[in-house]
Write a protein that binds this ligand. Structure first.
Ligand SMILES: Cc1cc2nc3c(=O)[nH]c(=O)nc-3n(C[C@H](O)[C@H](O)[C@H](O)COP(=O)(O)O)c2cc1C
Length: 179
């Protein structure tokens, strides 16, 4: 039977959405059964129904945006009430997560994205999912021209590029083949 994956994402200006689609493509190519869901549509999703949960969002003030945080906390409360938050957070065999976070790093670079990814990853680690990786994808800051050319990361206009997205698809395929 094909392994199941959920790619859940939130995106305001389209960068994270592009990455989510690229990840889905790679997982599809590896033969997984993939559900692509916006956070607004993922309210009733049970992570435990999937072998791999990929969660994506932009860094907003080095946090996940509020709708993502709300979803993570809502699921955490549910998991706690189901007794799934245990001391030492034992691994649940066959359950994996991948975090992907788009960011523009206009002020302090990658450091203003990693706290958001680490924070989101903890919600999966706590329930025994193994967080396979956290991907940080440098992306254009739509609507802020100065931030796109004078920021810590240099000229980020047009990112993620087609080439970046192709690499993401290939990496997703690799991860899926190892499940
Ligand atoms: C309100 C707001 C806050 C942001 N805060 C950060 C930040 O702290 N660090 C960062 O690297 N980028 C920050 N960005 C840039 C976005 O993370 C980045 O452009 C992202 O790729 C947007 O994703 P989306 O197109 O999927 O909405 C911020 C953007 C907005 C609109």
């Amino acid at each position: 039977m094909a392994k199941k994956a959920a790619v859940i994402y939130w995106s305001k200006s389209g960068n994270t959405e592009k990455v989510a689609h690229s990840i889905k493509e790679g997982l599809d190519e590896a033969g997984l059964e993939v559900s692509l869901l916006k956070v607004d549509e993922a309210g009733d999703v049970d992570y435990f129904d999937y072998d791999l949960v990929c969660l994506g969002f932009p860094s907003y003030s080095w946090h996940p945006p509020k709708p993502v945080d709300d979803m993570l906390k809502k699921n955490f409360r549910k998991h706690r009430s189901e007794g799934k938050i245990k001391p030492s957070s034992p691994r649940v065999p066959g359950k994996f997560a991948l975090i992907f976070c788009t960011y523009s790093g206009p002020h302090t670079g990658l450091d203003e994205a990693t706290p958001a990814g680490d924070y989101a990853g903890q919600f999966f680690d706590h329930i025994g999912f193994t967080v396979l990786d956290k991907w940080y994808v440098l992306s254009e800051f739509h609507g802020w021209e100065e931030g796109n050319v004078k920021g810590r990361m240099g000229d980020i206009r047009g990112l993620p590029s087609e080439d970046d997205l192709m690499k993401i698809t290939r990496e997703a395929e690799k991860i899926a083949k190892k499940l």
